[in-house]
Design a protein around this ligand. Structure first.
Ligand code: KIV
Length: 265
């Protein structure tokens, strides 16, 4: 059994080793990801698309997230499990954020939470830290604000935007995040941010200089192709493999080849 990953170990990895992180949304996948030695599993609100069929993350509710987080936590022994707080479950006030995050720690048994947003989220990060709840920050492309930003676009291409993201990263670092997701930004900007903060950066579409990488597991296993951003590398085509297995099963049932003698009592 791998030694349990804590936020202290994740922070200490900066400059020492790269962190490979993935999403997982259910018990059986969480067991596989954990068994492969991945240090950090995010129960991302991307489950709204990959598991629930919504067209974006905005409709995802706290109850839906709790349901999936509980299943993942039951399947994990070694990895740090992080729950994504869904849209409008932490934005209204610091009090709302503490109460929502607390439910994920208490009821779902996760180790930490993730929130989207820059320097203006510093008071939330500080309040969560004071109450014993570690926070993973998330800047750059923040899918919960696509209505405002106009879609899934690379962030920080203009110098003023890049400078704002550097300032956001610094403010979140000072507020006490244990790591910072950098989503969809030029590799050079992610390198600049990585060099300017004390905690590990975890990139998704942010180039090789980040301290770690994260992918949505359905993307890297070829199980979801409604969106296929340039930054995804497909490590397997389980969608195709599943379709082939289903066709073979259907054919064998229809032709009488299954069940065979070895499957009968
Ligand atoms: O919801 C999610 O899966 C995420 C990752 C892509 C970082 O936020």
């Amino acid at each position: 059994m791998q030694k349990k990953w804590t936020v202290t170990r994740i922070k200490a990895a900066k400059g020492e080793r790269k962190l490979s992180c993935l999403t997982a949304y259910d018990y059986s996948m969480a067991r596989l990801v954990d068994g492969s030695g991945i240090p950090l599993i995010l129960v991302g609100d991307s489950l709204g698309m990959t598991m629930l069929g919504y067209s974006n993350t905005l409709p995802v509710t706290v109850e839906e997230m709790l349901h999936h987080c509980k299943a993942v936590a039951r399947g994990v022994q070694g990895a740090l499990v992080v729950a994504d707080l869904p849209f409008l479950s932490y934005e209204a006030s610091v009090e709302q954020a503490v109460l929502t995050a607390g439910r994920f720690i208490k009821e779902a048994g996760v180790d930490a939470v993730k929130i989207e947003g820059g320097a203006f989220r510093a008071p939330v990060v500080e309040a969560l830290a004071r109450n014993g709840i570690p926070t993973l920050g998330h800047i750059g492309l923040t899918p919960q604000t696509i209505q405002q930003t106009g879609g899934y676009k690379v962030q920080g291409r203009l110098e003023a935007d890049a400078e704002r993201l550097v300032q956001d990263a610094g403010a979140l670092d000072r507020a006490g995040v244990f790591a910072l997701v950098l989503e969809c930004m030029p590799a050079a900007l992610a390198e600049r941010i990585t060099g300017s903060v004390s905690v590990p950066t975890i990139g998704i579409g942010a180039g090789p200089s980040c301290d770690g990488q994260i992918l949505v597991i359905h993307d890297m296993l070829g199980l979801y192709d409604a969106l296929s951003p340039k930054f995804v590398k497909r490590y397997a085509d389980l969608g195709q493999a599943t379709s082939e297995a289903l066709a073979a099963y259907r054919n064998e049932v229809e032709t009488g080849a299954f069940p065979g003698a070895e499957h009968c009592y």
